[in-house]
Design a protein around this ligand. Structure first.
Ligand SMILES: *Cc1c(COP(=O)(O)O)cnc(C)c1O
Length: 362
């Protein structure tokens, strides 16, 4: 049983959702959804989504049809929105499974309108208007056309008009205020239609970013939505791996591929069976710290496909079989993201398939 183990606390996800929902409501916002795309950010939607539903979450966002179909099985009676819209050929399955596409262009609108005509009833959907991301959503010209020709939405039961924030984790980014302004103008163009704006970080911006439906993801899973401050969320994942072997090396000897780390003294090197194939990026080389009984243990040398090596010279109580904590409350996904030169989102969604995955029970 002594294997690299990823422990996932679904109850903590539910508690984080309750906190975010309460915060959004106290800013004058309405409901709070959950972004569970990428298999609940890599943690397993089959585990996470029912816990969120039990906490009272009624709206779920996934990226694509495949994710939506899997989620529909787990959540027969919740609203599921598909962020990537309704590519041609997906209409039938969307309708049959009561899934709501996010319409990202006038072409999407036309396709969904045709589907509604064929179905002989109004079909629900969300409408995404771009306010600065330039990825998905109606651009300014398309939005102007829609305002002149509202019947482009005939047969579509608009649930929410939504937009997505560009830089919400950076409080003083000028994009935030610009987007809030543009969104207010868009909202005014759809009187009576409910709106959706904030992601995790946006919820912490208060009333100017409140809407009828917030869409947090990262913060649900313990990521820090306010990176300039202490993380207000509960930790959700811990990742620990047992030491396979400890080796004594002399001063001057190197460790790992390409010999990028060399011992300056007689050293003890501990090896664990986790590598870049498990989602620990190579960019962590010589930068990551793991924890042992609350103390830092430094990663030395390259990350291999299946192995990582740590300098445990100053930790005489570490032995083969001792568990090193790679991710945990004292060293979280944001820390690993920083050490890897990326962010916690990428670390979280990249956690590999080889871990023993354990749902933490309360
Ligand atoms: C992923 C996503 C979210 C959630 O964002 P977080 O930063 O993880 O809270 C919200 N809305 C859309 C459209 C998304 O793609």
């Amino acid at each position: 049983m002594n294997r690299p183990t990823l422990t996932i606390d679904a109850e903590a996800v539910a508690a984080n959702w309750r906190d975010l929902a309460a915060r959004h409501a106290s800013s004058g916002g309405g409901a709070t959804a959950a972004a569970v795309k990428a298999d609940a950010y890599g943690l397993g939607a089959a585990l996470i989504a029912p816990a969120l539903a039990a906490a009272g979450c009624r709206h779920f966002f996934v990226a694509c049809l495949e994710e939506a179909l899997a989620l529909r099985t787990a959540l027969p009676d919740r609203r599921i929105a598909v962020i990537n819209g309704c590519p041609s050929g997906t209409e039938r399955e969307l309708i049959a499974n009561d899934l709501r596409p996010v319409l990202n262009s006038l072409e999407d609108c036309a396709r969904w309108r045709n589907a509604a005509r064929e179905a002989g009833r109004a079909l629900p959907a969300l409408l995404h208007v771009d306010t600065g991301m330039a990825r998905l959503g109606l651009d300014a010209a398309e939005f102007a056309r829609l305002r002149e020709t509202p019947d482009l939405l005939d047969g579509i039961a608009l649930d929410y008009v939504m937009s997505h924030l560009v830089a919400s984790e950076t409080t003083d980014a000028p994009e935030n205020a610009h987007q809030a302004q543009r969104f207010a103008a868009i909202r005014a163009a759809f009187p009576g239609v409910t709106t959706s704006l904030a992601n995790s970080s946006g919820i912490f911006f208060g009333p100017d970013f409140a809407s009828d439906l917030a869409r947090p993801g990262f913060a649900l899973y313990g990521g820090n939505p306010t990176p300039e401050q202490k993380n207000p969320m509960r930790p959700v994942v811990t990742l620990a791996a047992p030491i396979l072997q400890i080796r004594a090396i002399e001063a001057g000897e190197s460790v790992g591929y390409n010999a990028i780390w060399r011992a300056e003294r007689q050293s003890l090197i501990a090896t664990i069976g986790v590598g870049y194939a498990d989602g620990m990026p190579r960019s962590l080389a010589n930068r990551m710290t793991a924890r042992f009984k609350g103390r830092d243990v430094r990663l030395v040398g390259r990350v291999s496909m299946d192995l990582m090596t740590f300098d445990v010279t100053d930790h005489p109580d570490i032995a083969p079989g001792s568990m090193l904590e790679l991710i945990g409350p004292g060293h979280d996904i944001d820390d690993v993201g920083r050490e890897a030169g990326t962010n916690g989102y990428e670390i979280l969604t990249g956690l590999g398939r080889r871990y023993r995955r354990v749902a933490k029970s309360v």
